[in-house]
Design a protein around this ligand. Structure first.
Ligand code: SAH
Length: 545
């Protein structure tokens, strides 16, 4: 009978997190070989297997003993916590076998049984910190030179990997984790979320959520796994979350937002992607250069290869200044620009500046709201804002916010109302609301600009203001706003509008348009709702309009 080696990863330590195959394999075995602590962890599931438990540093003799028993025809379980192939016994068992000239076809049979490694078990207790490209680094320098470990930390930090440190600290090894923190801080913000998980899924489980700056203030030991977030990782309700991608956008009223899932795959939202057919990539250059060198008959090919690779690698050198790493990729900055509230005239300088700012990668879209909707990939939204405002543009956020749309106040005494429109703009533009809300502002009683067709309409007439509320701006049953007041004193108009908008902000349901809100509550600031829906038979639209 051929003997059998079962190299088992039993997961973090609790029965429920062990795989079925791991349990069966343990039952099948004649011998269980493992580190004492691990054997103790699975003791309750053992029947009559012989146990060979050894100390921590006796891994080689453990592997040798296992191979020996298997060669005698026994079934031997070699156990590791987590996964046996991650800083576990699997590699060592193979090394011992190889030394003995083992071949799969003729030698003892070997089965490596996967288990949940600490990176996964610990991540699950922290939220979703791994999620994206991640690496594991063991800080144990017993079998690996410290300068190599340092290089790996440096590389991982630079390349913005989520990093998990295994074996972070022991009684004798206390400096390693300090050095690791120092290296990471060169590239990542001190506020980067850090999770410390001790004895995941074991009796003494302890979870600590902190940040890169403060991580050493907490207890870290042999049984701790340290999880460091990447530059996008954030905290939410004491959970560490790493988003699936880097796609974000800047808007004017919030510094940074993640793109909604449906927006993510749009071509324009991936300015950093290597799009088909574009750019002769660095890899292509490398391949071409290698081919050229392969056919070159003169000179030392090794020298040429080294020279070529150096050239290529130089191209690949990234800016590693901390600031660059904090924003490793550009985000989409989106906003609307217009030459003014009343002013509808662009200057050539404005248009040239806009074209420069938008460049080849950005986009400009003309909207029905007297604005150009701009999207630019950038890592510096403040620069973009400055360049545009310097030439007199007004920048406004887009989305579910307050916007004012004013007419051009064609000359004459109508100009009296401009300051009021500007005041409303200053006070409310960009305010986050349950749904987009546009206030139309007409400078004279002709109301040719159609202010009454906006969510809120204001018409200046004979030195005073008329107010219209709750136009239905979309759909086939669209209608103008309801005239709710006439002759409002100029001194009162700004405050009144502010109260209306703030009431809607506070009490409107998410996504509820202003007219729907008005209809639902029946009254805004003492203005009674009246149904303005046209009394005509109209077949319902599929969306229920
Ligand atoms: N093979 C194991 C790793 C062994 S190295 C695996 O795949 O998980 C030992 C290190 O693993 C410990 O220093 C600790 O960093 C980590 N580790 C293993 N089990 C753990 C647990 N239950 N909770 C937290 N960390 C754990």
């Amino acid at each position: 009978m051929r003997g059998k080696l079962l190299v088992i990863g039993f997961g973090p330590g609790s029965f429920e997190h062990m795989t079925n195959r791991a349990m069966e394999a343990i039952k099948e075995s004649d011998y269980i070989i493992g580190y004492k602590t691990y054997v103790d962890l699975i003791k309750d599931y053992l029947t009559n297997q012989k146990i060979i438990s050894t100390g921590m540093s006796e891994e080689v003799s453990r592997a040798q003993a296992a191979v020996r028993y298997a060669e005698e025809g026994k079934t031997v379980a070699v156990i590791s916590s987590g996964d046996a192939g991650v800083y576990g016994m699997a590699g060592l068992v193979y090394e011992v076998l190889i030394e003995k000239g083992w071949k799969e076809a003729t030698g003892v049979s070997v089965e490596v049984i996967p288990g949940i490694s600490a990176i996964n078990s610990c991540a699950s207790l922290l939220g979703a910190p791994v999620m994206h490209d991640a690496c594991t680094i063991s800080l144990s320098d017993h079998l690996t030179p410290w300068n190599l470990i340092e290089k790996r930390i440096e590389a991982a930090a630079q390349a913005d990997f989520v990093v998990t440190f295994y074996n972070p600290k022991s009684g004798r090894r206390t400096r390693q984790i300090q050095e690791a923190q120092r290296i990471l801080l060169k590239y990542r913000s001190p506020s980067t979320p850090v999770g410390l998980v001790k004895s995941a899924y074991r009796d003494r489980q302890h979870v600590e959520i902190t940040d890169l700056e403060h991580m050493l203030d907490f207890d870290i030991g042999m049984l701790t796994t340290v999880v460091i977030g990447n530059s996008s990782t954030f905290l939410y309700d004491n959970k560490i979350i790493t988003p699936r991608g880097y796609q974000r956008k800047y808007t004017l009223n919030t510094t940074e937002q993640r793109l909604r899932p449906h927006e993510r795959l749009r071509h324009e939202n991936e300015p950093w992607a290597l799009h088909q057919g574009k750019n002769d990539s660095v890899t292509n250059v490398a391949v071409k250069e290698k081919r050229r060198l392969a056919t070159a008959a003169t000179g030392s090919s090794l020298e040429l290869a080294i020279e070529a690779l150096t050239k290529v690698e130089k191209k690949q050198t990234y800016d590693t200044t901390p600031a660059a790493v904090h924003h490793p990729v550009e985000s989409i900055f989106e906003f609307a620009v217009s030459p003014g509230i009343a002013n509808k005239k662009f200057t050539p300088t404005q248009l040239i500046t806009l074209a420069e700012v938008v460049g080849k990668k950005g986009s400009m879209e003309y909207t029905p709201h007297h604005q150009i909707y701009v999207k630019v990939p950038t890592a510096e939204p403040e620069d973009v804002t400055k360049k545009l405002t310097d030439v007199g543009f007004i920048l406004e956020p887009i989305g579910d916010v307050f916007q004012i749309k004013a007419c051009d106040f064609c000359e004459g005494e109508k100009k009296d109302s401009i300051p009021h429109a500007e005041k409303i703009h200053q006070k409310l533009s960009g305010l986050d609301l349950p749904k987009e809300l546009k206030l139309g502002f007409n400078g004279c009683g002709m109301a040719c600009f159609g202010a009454v067709n906006e969510d809120i309409g204001i018409v200046f007439r004979k030195g005073k203001f008329d107010l219209f509320l709750g136009a239905k701006t979309v759909g086939r049953t669209a209608h103008a706003g309801q005239p709710v007041a006439e002759g409002i004193e100029p001194d009162d108009i700004v405050e009144l509008i502010e109260n209306i908008v703030l009431e809607y902000k506070e009490k409107g349901h998410p996504n509820e348009r202003f007219f729907k809100y008005f209809k639902r509550v029946g009254k805004i600031q003492n203005f009674q709702y009246k149904d303005m829906t046209p009394k005509i038979e109209i077949e319902p639209a599929p969306c229920g309009d």
